[in-house]
Design a protein around this ligand. Structure first.
Ligand code: B12
Length: 208
């Protein structure tokens, strides 16, 4: 029987080759892909998120863990698709118009993938029209926007307005260093989170 606790530990340590190896052997042994995901990969990422929130680990460790998770996910994904495992929820995420900062947004996207979300990353410099179009095409339940510049924060408000005008009912969460809970409330976003681990809790709450 594959050791899923060791798989979680490999994710926590960011040990890519061990994470891939245990994932492969678990599948060969016939362990259900969903069990490998929940009890191995997501269990590991949950601990990473928790430690990050408590400032016990920092961004580099989270990125390394997320990379190990991503490599193992590449092995697991075809099996999950075959098994028809539903993601926790679907989310599109992007950095707002005029803004090229993507380190935080990528971290949020990776942590959400780690938590079982189907994440569609629209990249950087994403204007209201693109958010509206992609929300429509994907039928997403959640939209995430990131801004690192005070000058690009107003694009969040414009995007929310455009989404509402287009009749998109997806929940909207926002973040980025200059963004605050007060700003989220002011522009009519459904939620704000200060870091990637809190973003996961927020996203889970918004799709629940
Ligand atoms: C790296 C960086 C860059 C890199 C970006 C590389 C990249 N690929 O991202 C480069 C060099 C390209 C850059 C360019 C510029 N930058 Co710059 N940059 C930074 C820097 C040093 C770090 C940002 C970062 O990555 N932080 C680490 C990540 C992990 O943190 P984070 O982004 O805040 O994300 C976390 C949370 O905010 C949250 N979060 C983030 N997004 C989301 C989304 C959702 C939905 C949720 C829920 C949560 C969430 O979770 C994340 C993880 O915990 C900051 C300074 C700083 N300390 O913040 C300046 C900073 C943001 N930059 C600044 C400026 C001015 C610029 C430039 C205008 C400089 C210039 N004159 O050209 C250009 C703008 C380019 C553009 N159009 O975007 C200013 C902004 C000032 C302001 N108030 O507007 C800052 C604050 C530096 C400063 N003190 O002056 N920059």
């Amino acid at each position: 029987m594959a050791d899923l606790k060791a798989l979680a530990d490999a994710v926590i340590k960011g040990d890519q080759s061990t994470a891939v190896e245990i994932t492969e052997s678990a599948l060969v042994e016939g362990t259900a892909a969903k069990i490998v995901l929940d009890e191995g990969l997501i269990a590991g990422m949950d601990i990473v998120g928790d430690r990050f929130k408590k400032n016990e680990i920092y961004i580099p460790e989270v990125l390394i863990a997320a990379r190990a998770m991503k490599m193992a996910m590449e092995v697991l994904e075809p099996e999950l698709v075959k098994a028809g495992v539903e993601p926790v929820g679907k989310l599109i995420i992007g950095t707002t118009q005029g803004d090229l900062h993507d380190i935080g947004k990528n971290l949020v996207a990776m942590m959400l993938k780690g938590a079982g979300f189907d994440v569609i990353d629209l990249g950087v410099d994403v204007g209201p029209e693109k958010f509206v179009e992609k929300a429509r095409v994907t039928g997403t339940q959640l939209i995430g926007m990131s801004a690192l510049l005070t000058t690009t924060m107003p694009s969040m408000e414009k995007t929310i307005k455009a989404l509402k005008e287009a009749g998109i009912s997806a929940k909207i969460m926002i973040g980025g260093a200059p963004v605050t809970q007060g700003y989220a409330e002011k522009i009519g976003a459904d939620g704000y989170a200060a870091d990637a681990a809190s973003a996961v809790d927020l996203a889970k709450g918004l799709v629940a």
